[in-house]
Design a binder for this molecule. Structure first.
Ligand SMILES: [Zn+2]
Length: 458
């Protein structure tokens, strides 16, 4: 394994940033106190509140709509609370490149833009099966000079919204307003000139303020969902050109209401199975839970296994469009187990052991505190990945044919009954039907057997 400087460098610092953000929002939201700030309006504009992510469900899914029973800043609960940017249909991302007198933009501002686009919109198109039509827009294709020096804003790792970011957002709005109608956009990306602040290998400043209706307003709407990207986030392997953009889909994940899945200890809870866990290194997708939460899975693709007894479910690889994707086994009204199939395809480039991924979701655990935990079918194996900056131990977490996950206390058992034969698995990307975009899926099914409240005597 190569040295992995950014794993330790990135995680705790990101957590520090969010912790401070929590303190901030609590401070300005004394009445609500949940730190997420209830939306004041339902207007459009830079991601202001009111637009719920479109969740596809039936009455059969009701037991699987877990929610938090206490105040958390960003919850894994379904459906996502209002106030975040919507995550389906056409989403217009106002993208501004800013610089400062003490950190003047070097070269063309559009080169900074091209570090993230079109990769970010392609990433979302692939992950959402075409349901998120992400439109980055650059009404000001030059560096937008801020009136104060970078130093004067006092932006450091973990800087809260007040006063530095409030001042920065105000100045961005003032500078851009003559050429921008903020009502036209769903979210704001601020791509800061990379020479402002420290290298990402030393400190990660990139941060998102999501659902923040206390933010300064522009054209009558609060700049409520804004992602700020600094520096160049290399994973230490010299692959910035291929993977450096991934900080932006991660930050935009917050704008859509998703919490951080890494913790102060790093990526050990979820590993490389979601971009909200590890956004550096090789490309990887969202978990199926997040795809349902974001409105990218139909109700027919999600099975809610709430009833006692034993039942088999078919699952198709998450990276491929169409077919059943998620079995959720609710434990109570705030937690449950999720079961999905991950293979090396689509955004999942680093998968080295395809199979059935099983994880627990807890809507009461806050962002950065470990709201999701992946179960490792091969504990203390060291993992199977050779990709740098991928949490190695969990890289071989998926369960394979014949393997069983058991929660004795909850009397739940999940067994992988069958998996595609290796020949069809090796042919991981059959040609899509050009007319429909769908791929033949006859032989890519995994079968899982879920038992609830049955004897677990073996
Ligand atoms: Zn984050």
């Amino acid at each position: 394994m190569q040295p992995q400087p950014s794993r330790r460098a990135i995680c705790p610092r990101r957590v520090a940033a969010l912790a401070c953000m929590t303190a901030l929002t609590l401070a300005v939201s004394t009445s609500a106190g949940n730190g997420r700030l209830s939306p004041a309006t339902s207007a459009a504009g830079a991601g202001s509140g009111g637009v719920r992510n479109v969740l596809s469900r039936t009455t059969a899914h009701a037991p699987c709509l877990i929610s938090s029973s206490r105040e958390v800043q960003m919850s894994e609960g379904i459906p996502t609370s209002s106030g975040y940017a919507r995550s389906t249909g056409t989403v217009r991302a106002l993208t501004l490149m800013i610089d400062f007198s003490d950190a003047p933009g070097e070269g063309d501002a559009l080169d900074r833009y091209r570090e993230f686009f079109p990769k970010t919109q392609e990433w979302f198109r692939t992950s959402s099966y075409g349901r998120l039509d992400y439109r980055p827009e650059i009404p000001i294709p030059d560096w937008l000079r801020m009136p104060k020096s970078f130093r004067a804003y006092g932006i450091e790792r973990g800087a809260p919204f007040d006063p530095g970011y409030r001042n920065l957002v105000r100045d961005i709005v003032a500078a851009a307003d003559p050429k921008v109608n903020f009502q036209d956009y769903d979210l704001l990306n601020v791509l800061v000139t990379p020479n402002a602040g420290p290298s990402a290998l030393d400190t990660v400043l990139s941060v998102t303020f999501a659902g923040n209706t206390q933010a300064p307003t522009a054209d009558g709407v609060p700049v409520a969902n804004a992602s700020f990207v600094y520096s160049r986030q290399d994973d230490g392997s010299g692959t910035y050109g291929q993977t450096g953009y991934r900080v932006l889909p991660h930050e935009n994940g917050h704008v859509f209401g998703l919490p951080d899945l890494y913790t102060a200890e790093g990526g050990g809870a979820v590993g490389h199975w979601d971009i909200m866990s590890e956004d550096w290194g090789a490309n990887n997708d969202f978990l199926a839970w997040h795809k349902w939460k974001l409105g990218w899975l139909d109700a027919s693709q999600v099975h809610c296994a709430a009833e006692a007894g034993t039942r088999d479910y078919a699952l198709t690889p998450l990276a491929r469009p169409g077919g059943p994707k998620l079995v959720f086994i609710p434990l109570d009204d705030r937690t449950g187990y999720a079961v999905e199939v991950r293979t090396r395809a689509g955004n999942d480039e680093a998968v080295c052991r395809p199979g059935v991924l099983i994880y627990k979701v807890d809507a009461n655990v806050d962002t950065g505190m470990g709201p999701i935990k992946v179960y490792d079918a091969r504990r203390e194996s060291g993992g199977c990945t050779r990709s740098p900056n991928v949490h190695a131990e969990l890289s071989d977490a998926p369960f394979r044919k014949g393997q069983t996950f058991i929660d004795r206390e909850a009397r739940i058992r999940v067994t992988v009954v069958s998996e595609p034969d290796p020949a069809s698995e090796a042919d991981a990307e059959p040609a899509a039907d050009p007319a429909t975009g769908t791929r033949p899926a006859a032989d890519d099914h995994y079968r899982v057997r879920v038992s609830r409240d049955e004897p677990l005597d073996d």
